[in-house]
Design a protein around this ligand. Structure first.
Ligand SMILES: Nc1ncnc2c1ncn2[C@@H]1O[C@H](COP(=O)(O)OP(=O)(O)O)[C@@H](O)[C@H]1O
Ligand SMILES: [Mg+2]
Length: 228
């Protein structure tokens, strides 16, 4: 089922001579529950694509639909609600709040949304991420892998329909990187989440249902992989 739809998406940064077309008329559809990898060289527009889908970077042209909703049709507040409730974004560098502990970092999006924390959901995530024993630790008391797991928890706390991960293993060693991918895949399966992941790592991309290659702001290749 078509779930995420990107139509003729463009993003232009800068003006005049400094103008950069980060996205150049990108169209694609993603099925619900699919795990899609996005690959492409540095500067090809991968992060921009994720940010525009996530509602954090407004497109210069084109549309994004999630579950039938036109993401940019509403006002500022509607877009903020979309960001908080519908998508989970995981960055290469986790950007946790240093003064908040594990539990507080994970529940921050809920509190910002002025909603009550679902303790059961929190415990489920802490179990899944192996962070139960670290719930009151601050980010600087955690390893890089643990910090990235907290960032995953924060992205998944809202049970978002779409998880967008931008090189989530980019700053980790291979063992921790593999662990993060395992967790993301487990969560994707367990919660039937649609997972869109930017990666440089061919081994990770090969685990996806589909691989989309971006170059110069355009989709140049789109392959569905045979069932594994
Ligand atoms: N905020 C910005 N201002 C100006 N140019 C930007 C900005 N963000 C990205 N770009 C440019 O847009 C292009 C695509 O960037 P990005 O989406 O980050 O690529 P990737 O994630 O594939 O490395 C690059 O040429 C980059 O320099
Ligand atoms: Mg990038």
């Amino acid at each position: 089922m078509e779930f995420l739809k990107v139509v003729n998406l463009s993003k232009v940064y800068g003006k005049g001579e400094n103008q950069v077309k980060a996205l150049n008329h990108v169209s694609l559809t993603i099925d619900k529950g699919d795990f899609t990898a996005i690959i492409g060289s540095s500067g090809s527009g991968k992060s921009t694509l994720l940010h525009v889908i996530a509602g954090v970077d407004v497109p210069s042209g084109g549309k994004v639909f999630l579950d039938g909703e036109d993401v940019y049709a509403g006002d500022h507040e509607a877009l903020a609600v979309f960001r908080r409730r519908k998508v989970g974004l995981i960055y290469q560098f986790h950007n946790l709040i240093p003064t908040l502990n594990v539990e507080e970092n994970i529940t921050l999006p809920i509190l910002m949304d002025k909603r009550k924390v679902d303790k059961e959901r929190l415990n489920e995530l802490l179990d899944l991420l192996g962070l139960q024993e670290r719930r009151t630790h601050l980010p600087n008391q955690l390893s890089g892998g643990q910090q990235q797991r907290v960032a995953i928890g924060r992205a998944l706390m809202n049970a978002p329909q779409v998880c967008l991960a931008d090189e989530p293993t980019g700053s980790l060693d291979s063992r921790n990187g593999e662990e993060i991918i395992r967790l993301l895949k487990e969560s994707h399966k367990k919660f039937n989440q649609t997972l869109l992941m930017v990666t440089h790592d061919e081994k990770i991309a090969l685990q996806a249902d589909r691989i989309i290659t971006i170059a110069d702001g355009k989709v140049i290749r789109d392959e569905r992989q045979v069932a594994r």
